[in-house]
Write a protein that binds this ligand. Structure first.
Ligand SMILES: [Zn+2]
Length: 399
Protein backbone atom coordinates (compact mmCIF):
# COMPACT_ATOMS: atom_id res chain seq x y z
CA UNK A 1 0.00 0.00 0.00
CA UNK A 2 1.24 3.46 -0.84
CA UNK A 3 0.19 5.07 2.41
CA UNK A 4 -1.85 4.19 5.48
CA UNK A 5 -5.17 6.01 5.53
CA UNK A 6 -7.09 6.71 8.74
CA UNK A 7 -10.35 7.45 6.92
CA UNK A 8 -11.82 5.26 4.23
CA UNK A 9 -14.67 6.43 1.98
CA UNK A 10 -16.56 3.88 -0.05
CA UNK A 11 -18.89 4.70 -2.92
CA UNK A 12 -19.81 1.65 -4.96
CA UNK A 13 -22.96 0.67 -6.80
CA UNK A 14 -23.22 -2.79 -5.23
CA UNK A 15 -22.11 -2.80 -1.56
CA UNK A 16 -22.81 -6.53 -1.22
CA UNK A 17 -19.65 -7.09 -3.28
CA UNK A 18 -17.46 -5.32 -0.72
CA UNK A 19 -15.46 -7.88 1.26
CA UNK A 20 -16.45 -7.86 4.97
CA UNK A 21 -12.90 -7.57 6.11
CA UNK A 22 -11.97 -4.86 3.63
CA UNK A 23 -10.75 -2.27 6.13
CA UNK A 24 -8.89 -4.80 8.26
CA UNK A 25 -7.33 -6.48 5.24
CA UNK A 26 -6.24 -3.62 3.10
CA UNK A 27 -6.15 -0.58 5.40
CA UNK A 28 -5.41 -1.75 8.97
CA UNK A 29 -4.83 1.84 10.11
CA UNK A 30 -8.38 2.98 9.26
CA UNK A 31 -10.46 4.39 12.11
CA UNK A 32 -13.45 5.79 10.23
CA UNK A 33 -15.32 4.29 7.31
CA UNK A 34 -17.82 6.43 5.46
CA UNK A 35 -20.33 4.96 3.01
CA UNK A 36 -22.31 7.03 0.54
CA UNK A 37 -24.64 4.28 -0.54
CA UNK A 38 -26.23 1.64 1.66
CA UNK A 39 -24.34 0.39 4.74
CA UNK A 40 -24.74 -3.34 5.16
CA UNK A 41 -24.41 -4.03 8.87
CA UNK A 42 -21.50 -2.91 11.00
CA UNK A 43 -18.21 -3.78 9.47
CA UNK A 44 -15.36 -4.34 11.89
CA UNK A 45 -15.91 -3.71 15.60
CA UNK A 46 -12.96 -1.35 16.08
CA UNK A 47 -13.90 0.82 13.13
CA UNK A 48 -16.63 3.41 13.34
CA UNK A 49 -18.95 3.31 10.35
CA UNK A 50 -21.05 6.22 9.09
CA UNK A 51 -23.51 6.67 6.29
CA UNK A 52 -22.80 10.03 4.68
CA UNK A 53 -25.65 11.85 2.90
CA UNK A 54 -25.02 13.48 -0.48
CA UNK A 55 -26.46 16.80 -1.61
CA UNK A 56 -27.15 15.88 -5.21
CA UNK A 57 -27.85 19.47 -6.21
CA UNK A 58 -24.23 20.34 -5.54
CA UNK A 59 -22.07 20.25 -8.69
CA UNK A 60 -19.50 18.11 -6.82
CA UNK A 61 -21.61 16.28 -4.20
CA UNK A 62 -19.00 13.75 -3.22
CA UNK A 63 -16.18 16.29 -2.83
CA UNK A 64 -18.41 18.47 -0.68
CA UNK A 65 -19.54 15.56 1.53
CA UNK A 66 -15.99 14.26 1.97
CA UNK A 67 -14.68 17.73 2.84
CA UNK A 68 -17.40 18.25 5.45
CA UNK A 69 -16.95 14.81 6.98
CA UNK A 70 -13.19 15.28 7.30
CA UNK A 71 -13.70 18.66 8.95
CA UNK A 72 -16.19 17.20 11.47
CA UNK A 73 -13.76 14.43 12.39
CA UNK A 74 -10.77 16.79 12.46
CA UNK A 75 -9.03 14.68 9.85
CA UNK A 76 -7.01 15.92 6.89
CA UNK A 77 -7.58 14.90 3.25
CA UNK A 78 -4.04 13.50 2.99
CA UNK A 79 -5.04 10.72 5.40
CA UNK A 80 -8.15 9.68 3.49
CA UNK A 81 -8.71 7.13 0.76
CA UNK A 82 -11.76 6.85 -1.48
CA UNK A 83 -12.70 3.54 -3.06
CA UNK A 84 -15.15 3.93 -5.91
CA UNK A 85 -16.42 2.26 -9.05
CA UNK A 86 -17.65 5.52 -10.59
CA UNK A 87 -15.46 7.38 -13.10
CA UNK A 88 -16.70 10.80 -12.10
CA UNK A 89 -15.71 10.32 -8.44
CA UNK A 90 -12.07 10.49 -9.44
CA UNK A 91 -12.53 14.16 -10.33
CA UNK A 92 -14.28 14.81 -7.00
CA UNK A 93 -11.42 13.07 -5.20
CA UNK A 94 -9.00 15.45 -6.90
CA UNK A 95 -11.09 18.44 -5.82
CA UNK A 96 -11.12 17.43 -2.14
CA UNK A 97 -7.51 16.14 -2.30
CA UNK A 98 -8.07 12.56 -1.12
CA UNK A 99 -6.39 9.54 -2.70
CA UNK A 100 -8.60 7.34 -4.84
CA UNK A 101 -8.68 3.71 -5.89
CA UNK A 102 -10.89 2.96 -8.88
CA UNK A 103 -12.52 -0.47 -9.08
CA UNK A 104 -13.59 -1.58 -12.53
CA UNK A 105 -12.46 -2.82 -15.90
CA UNK A 106 -13.03 0.26 -18.04
CA UNK A 107 -12.38 3.90 -17.35
CA UNK A 108 -13.35 6.92 -19.45
CA UNK A 109 -12.02 10.08 -17.76
CA UNK A 110 -8.74 11.91 -18.37
CA UNK A 111 -8.24 12.49 -14.64
CA UNK A 112 -6.64 9.29 -13.43
CA UNK A 113 -7.01 7.52 -10.07
CA UNK A 114 -4.05 6.81 -7.76
CA UNK A 115 -4.57 3.09 -8.11
CA UNK A 116 -6.81 0.78 -10.00
CA UNK A 117 -8.01 -2.77 -9.49
CA UNK A 118 -10.39 -4.75 -11.62
CA UNK A 119 -12.65 -6.37 -9.01
CA UNK A 120 -13.88 -5.59 -5.53
CA UNK A 121 -12.44 -8.86 -4.19
CA UNK A 122 -8.99 -7.88 -5.40
CA UNK A 123 -9.10 -4.93 -3.01
CA UNK A 124 -8.09 -7.16 -0.12
CA UNK A 125 -4.97 -8.40 -1.87
CA UNK A 126 -2.99 -5.26 -2.53
CA UNK A 127 -0.42 -7.23 -4.50
CA UNK A 128 -3.03 -7.79 -7.18
CA UNK A 129 -3.61 -4.09 -7.64
CA UNK A 130 -2.79 -2.54 -10.91
CA UNK A 131 -1.12 0.53 -9.54
CA UNK A 132 -0.48 3.05 -12.20
CA UNK A 133 2.97 2.89 -13.76
CA UNK A 134 3.80 6.20 -12.12
CA UNK A 135 3.55 4.60 -8.67
CA UNK A 136 5.33 1.42 -9.66
CA UNK A 137 8.07 3.47 -11.25
CA UNK A 138 9.31 4.09 -7.70
CA UNK A 139 10.28 0.47 -7.55
CA UNK A 140 13.31 -0.07 -9.72
CA UNK A 141 12.60 -3.77 -10.10
CA UNK A 142 9.15 -3.05 -11.42
CA UNK A 143 8.36 -4.58 -14.77
CA UNK A 144 6.29 -1.60 -15.80
CA UNK A 145 2.94 -0.08 -15.11
CA UNK A 146 -0.62 0.00 -16.17
CA UNK A 147 -1.54 1.63 -19.41
CA UNK A 148 -4.63 3.72 -19.79
CA UNK A 149 -6.27 3.17 -23.14
CA UNK A 150 -8.50 5.55 -25.06
CA UNK A 151 -7.92 8.95 -23.45
CA UNK A 152 -9.91 11.83 -24.89
CA UNK A 153 -8.37 15.23 -24.17
CA UNK A 154 -10.23 18.25 -25.53
CA UNK A 155 -8.21 18.77 -28.72
CA UNK A 156 -7.52 15.16 -29.58
CA UNK A 157 -9.54 14.29 -32.66
CA UNK A 158 -7.30 11.91 -34.60
CA UNK A 159 -8.61 8.44 -35.41
CA UNK A 160 -5.56 6.99 -33.60
CA UNK A 161 -6.06 5.55 -30.12
CA UNK A 162 -4.29 7.52 -27.41
CA UNK A 163 -2.70 5.69 -24.48
CA UNK A 164 -1.15 7.12 -21.33
CA UNK A 165 1.16 5.58 -18.72
CA UNK A 166 0.49 7.81 -15.70
CA UNK A 167 -0.34 11.22 -14.32
CA UNK A 168 1.59 14.45 -14.67
CA UNK A 169 1.18 17.38 -12.31
CA UNK A 170 2.32 20.76 -13.61
CA UNK A 171 5.13 22.51 -11.74
CA UNK A 172 2.74 24.95 -10.07
CA UNK A 173 0.72 22.06 -8.60
CA UNK A 174 2.07 21.13 -5.14
CA UNK A 175 1.63 17.44 -5.96
CA UNK A 176 4.46 17.73 -8.51
CA UNK A 177 6.93 17.90 -5.62
CA UNK A 178 5.88 14.60 -4.07
CA UNK A 179 4.83 12.73 -7.17
CA UNK A 180 7.64 10.49 -8.32
CA UNK A 181 6.52 9.96 -11.90
CA UNK A 182 6.12 13.71 -12.42
CA UNK A 183 9.68 14.15 -11.12
CA UNK A 184 10.89 11.55 -13.59
CA UNK A 185 9.20 13.37 -16.47
CA UNK A 186 10.65 16.69 -15.32
CA UNK A 187 14.13 15.18 -15.21
CA UNK A 188 13.61 13.84 -18.74
CA UNK A 189 12.83 17.43 -19.81
CA UNK A 190 16.26 18.44 -18.44
CA UNK A 191 18.13 15.57 -20.11
CA UNK A 192 21.04 16.69 -22.28
CA UNK A 193 22.98 13.51 -23.12
CA UNK A 194 23.89 10.05 -21.78
CA UNK A 195 21.64 7.35 -20.36
CA UNK A 196 17.94 8.09 -19.91
CA UNK A 197 16.16 7.21 -16.62
CA UNK A 198 15.93 3.41 -16.49
CA UNK A 199 12.41 3.44 -15.06
CA UNK A 200 11.17 5.34 -18.11
CA UNK A 201 12.89 2.81 -20.37
CA UNK A 202 11.15 -0.05 -18.54
CA UNK A 203 7.79 1.70 -18.73
CA UNK A 204 8.38 2.33 -22.44
CA UNK A 205 9.20 -1.32 -23.20
CA UNK A 206 6.32 -2.68 -21.16
CA UNK A 207 3.88 -0.20 -22.71
CA UNK A 208 4.85 -1.06 -26.28
CA UNK A 209 4.60 -4.79 -25.50
CA UNK A 210 1.08 -4.33 -24.11
CA UNK A 211 0.00 -2.10 -27.00
CA UNK A 212 1.27 -4.57 -29.58
CA UNK A 213 -0.41 -7.42 -27.76
CA UNK A 214 -3.66 -5.47 -27.76
CA UNK A 215 -3.57 -4.18 -31.34
CA UNK A 216 -0.91 -5.14 -33.86
CA UNK A 217 2.83 -5.06 -34.42
CA UNK A 218 4.35 -1.62 -34.99
CA UNK A 219 6.41 -1.27 -38.15
CA UNK A 220 7.82 2.10 -37.10
CA UNK A 221 8.29 3.94 -33.80
CA UNK A 222 8.79 7.67 -33.64
CA UNK A 223 8.36 10.62 -31.31
CA UNK A 224 7.42 14.30 -31.30
CA UNK A 225 10.57 16.14 -32.48
CA UNK A 226 12.27 18.60 -30.10
CA UNK A 227 12.22 22.34 -30.64
CA UNK A 228 15.12 23.67 -32.68
CA UNK A 229 18.31 23.71 -30.60
CA UNK A 230 17.04 21.28 -27.94
CA UNK A 231 18.32 17.73 -27.55
CA UNK A 232 16.02 14.98 -28.82
CA UNK A 233 15.01 13.54 -25.42
CA UNK A 234 12.16 11.41 -26.67
CA UNK A 235 14.27 10.12 -29.55
CA UNK A 236 16.95 9.12 -27.04
CA UNK A 237 14.33 7.41 -24.87
CA UNK A 238 13.08 5.41 -27.87
CA UNK A 239 16.59 4.49 -29.07
CA UNK A 240 17.70 3.40 -25.59
CA UNK A 241 14.48 1.49 -24.95
CA UNK A 242 14.83 -0.43 -28.22
CA UNK A 243 18.54 -0.51 -29.08
CA UNK A 244 19.39 -1.84 -32.56
CA UNK A 245 15.70 -1.95 -33.42
CA UNK A 246 15.35 -0.79 -37.03
CA UNK A 247 11.77 0.29 -36.41
CA UNK A 248 12.90 3.23 -34.29
CA UNK A 249 12.89 6.33 -36.48
CA UNK A 250 12.93 9.60 -34.52
CA UNK A 251 13.54 11.55 -37.74
CA UNK A 252 10.19 10.56 -39.25
CA UNK A 253 8.57 13.85 -38.28
CA UNK A 254 10.13 17.27 -38.76
CA UNK A 255 9.05 20.67 -37.58
CA UNK A 256 7.88 22.80 -40.49
CA UNK A 257 7.21 26.13 -38.78
CA UNK A 258 8.12 27.83 -35.49
CA UNK A 259 6.02 26.59 -32.56
CA UNK A 260 5.26 28.68 -29.52
CA UNK A 261 5.45 27.03 -26.09
CA UNK A 262 2.10 25.21 -25.73
CA UNK A 263 1.91 25.65 -21.96
CA UNK A 264 1.39 29.39 -22.39
CA UNK A 265 -1.63 28.95 -24.64
CA UNK A 266 -5.31 28.19 -24.24
CA UNK A 267 -7.09 25.33 -25.95
CA UNK A 268 -7.99 27.02 -29.25
CA UNK A 269 -4.61 28.69 -29.51
CA UNK A 270 -2.86 25.36 -28.95
CA UNK A 271 -4.57 23.82 -31.93
CA UNK A 272 -3.75 26.82 -34.18
CA UNK A 273 -0.17 26.79 -32.92
CA UNK A 274 0.51 23.22 -34.06
CA UNK A 275 -1.61 23.28 -37.24
CA UNK A 276 0.69 22.25 -40.15
CA UNK A 277 3.69 22.50 -37.81
CA UNK A 278 4.69 18.84 -38.14
CA UNK A 279 5.42 17.15 -41.47
CA UNK A 280 6.35 13.49 -42.10
CA UNK A 281 9.69 13.18 -43.89
CA UNK A 282 8.39 10.20 -45.85
CA UNK A 283 5.90 10.81 -48.68
CA UNK A 284 4.13 7.47 -48.47
CA UNK A 285 3.54 5.49 -45.32
CA UNK A 286 1.00 3.05 -46.71
CA UNK A 287 0.93 -0.32 -44.88
CA UNK A 288 2.80 1.14 -41.91
CA UNK A 289 1.56 0.85 -38.33
CA UNK A 290 3.26 3.69 -36.50
CA UNK A 291 3.69 4.42 -32.80
CA UNK A 292 4.09 8.11 -31.88
CA UNK A 293 5.44 8.96 -28.43
CA UNK A 294 5.17 12.24 -26.52
CA UNK A 295 6.13 13.08 -22.94
CA UNK A 296 3.04 14.88 -21.63
CA UNK A 297 -0.42 15.16 -23.18
CA UNK A 298 -2.48 18.17 -22.10
CA UNK A 299 -5.02 19.29 -24.67
CA UNK A 300 -4.00 16.55 -27.13
CA UNK A 301 -3.43 19.10 -29.93
CA UNK A 302 0.17 18.09 -30.76
CA UNK A 303 -0.30 14.31 -30.87
CA UNK A 304 -3.57 14.72 -32.75
CA UNK A 305 -1.96 16.90 -35.43
CA UNK A 306 0.92 14.45 -35.91
CA UNK A 307 -1.39 11.43 -36.04
CA UNK A 308 -3.57 13.11 -38.66
CA UNK A 309 -0.50 13.95 -40.81
CA UNK A 310 0.73 10.35 -40.67
CA UNK A 311 -2.72 8.95 -41.42
CA UNK A 312 -3.03 11.21 -44.46
CA UNK A 313 0.02 9.42 -45.88
CA UNK A 314 -1.67 6.07 -45.44
CA UNK A 315 -0.36 4.88 -42.05
CA UNK A 316 -2.33 3.50 -39.15
CA UNK A 317 -1.24 5.24 -36.00
CA UNK A 318 -1.25 4.73 -32.22
CA UNK A 319 -0.18 7.45 -29.78
CA UNK A 320 1.49 7.02 -26.40
CA UNK A 321 1.84 9.84 -23.87
CA UNK A 322 4.06 9.11 -20.88
CA UNK A 323 2.23 11.59 -18.66
CA UNK A 324 -1.40 12.72 -18.72
CA UNK A 325 -1.65 16.29 -17.44
CA UNK A 326 -4.10 16.45 -14.52
CA UNK A 327 -5.70 19.86 -14.95
CA UNK A 328 -8.56 21.05 -12.81
CA UNK A 329 -11.44 21.36 -15.28
CA UNK A 330 -10.77 18.26 -17.31
CA UNK A 331 -13.72 17.99 -19.65
CA UNK A 332 -13.96 21.66 -20.41
CA UNK A 333 -14.56 22.46 -24.04
CA UNK A 334 -16.32 25.70 -23.15
CA UNK A 335 -14.45 28.95 -23.30
CA UNK A 336 -15.04 31.51 -20.61
CA UNK A 337 -14.17 34.74 -22.46
CA UNK A 338 -11.76 37.13 -20.77
CA UNK A 339 -13.70 39.70 -18.76
CA UNK A 340 -11.40 42.66 -19.42
CA UNK A 341 -13.32 43.60 -22.56
CA UNK A 342 -10.32 44.36 -24.76
CA UNK A 343 -8.52 41.02 -24.90
CA UNK A 344 -9.27 37.99 -27.12
CA UNK A 345 -8.07 35.48 -24.51
CA UNK A 346 -10.20 33.33 -22.28
CA UNK A 347 -10.20 32.43 -18.62
CA UNK A 348 -8.75 29.09 -17.54
CA UNK A 349 -8.15 27.52 -14.12
CA UNK A 350 -4.66 28.12 -12.78
CA UNK A 351 -3.00 27.39 -9.45
CA UNK A 352 -1.46 30.13 -7.34
CA UNK A 353 2.29 29.59 -6.94
CA UNK A 354 2.18 30.96 -3.40
CA UNK A 355 -1.04 29.63 -1.87
CA UNK A 356 -1.62 26.69 -4.25
CA UNK A 357 -5.26 27.73 -4.43
CA UNK A 358 -6.92 27.55 -7.82
CA UNK A 359 -8.10 30.72 -9.53
CA UNK A 360 -9.10 31.73 -13.05
CA UNK A 361 -6.64 33.68 -15.17
CA UNK A 362 -6.57 34.99 -18.74
CA UNK A 363 -4.70 32.95 -21.38
CA UNK A 364 -3.12 36.21 -22.56
CA UNK A 365 -1.21 36.59 -19.30
CA UNK A 366 2.10 36.44 -21.22
CA UNK A 367 0.86 39.22 -23.50
CA UNK A 368 0.20 41.37 -20.46
CA UNK A 369 -3.48 40.70 -19.58
CA UNK A 370 -3.71 40.38 -15.78
CA UNK A 371 -7.45 39.64 -15.53
CA UNK A 372 -8.20 37.08 -12.79
CA UNK A 373 -11.26 35.71 -11.00
CA UNK A 374 -11.48 33.82 -7.73
CA UNK A 375 -12.24 30.13 -8.15
CA UNK A 376 -15.93 30.14 -7.19
CA UNK A 377 -16.85 33.26 -9.21
CA UNK A 378 -15.08 31.70 -12.17
CA UNK A 379 -17.01 28.45 -11.75
CA UNK A 380 -20.25 30.42 -11.53
CA UNK A 381 -19.43 32.22 -14.76
CA UNK A 382 -18.31 28.98 -16.37
CA UNK A 383 -21.47 27.10 -15.44
CA UNK A 384 -23.63 29.94 -16.74
CA UNK A 385 -22.34 28.91 -20.16
CA UNK A 386 -23.70 25.46 -19.46
CA UNK A 387 -27.16 26.11 -17.99
CA UNK A 388 -27.89 22.65 -16.53
CA UNK A 389 -25.08 23.17 -14.02
CA UNK A 390 -25.43 25.46 -11.05
CA UNK A 391 -23.09 26.43 -8.27
CA UNK A 392 -23.68 28.64 -5.26
CA UNK A 393 -21.15 30.68 -3.34
CA UNK A 394 -21.65 28.86 -0.04
CA UNK A 395 -20.75 25.60 -1.76
CA UNK A 396 -17.12 26.49 -1.96
CA UNK A 397 -14.77 23.60 -1.32
CA UNK A 398 -11.92 24.08 1.12
CA UNK A 399 -8.96 23.99 -1.21
ZN1 LIG B 1 -7.46 38.89 -21.04
Amino acid sequence: MIFNPTVLFINVSDPTRIPDNLAAQCCPTVQWVGYFGEVLGRRGASVSTDRIPLNLEHPFPLAQAISEFLMQKHEVPGHALLITDKDKDVIDAGLCHVRVVFVGTSYTQDDLPDAWCSTMQALTTWQAHQFLGELRSGDLDSTGGLLVLGLHPSNYDAAATLWGTGRYFAKNDPRSEVHLFTKRLLSLKNWQQGPVDNALIRIMRASVAIMEHDTSHFTMMTSIPPKRGSPDRLGALLRQSFPDDKRVNPALIRIAKPIEKQSRLGRTARRDNVKDAYVPTSASLADHNILVVDDVVTSGATLSEVAIQLAQRGASVACLALGVDQHLVPDSKLQLPCLCGTCDGHMIVRLSRTTFRPFWGCTNWHQGCRETLDYVSGLNAYYQLQPHFRIMKDWDLPF
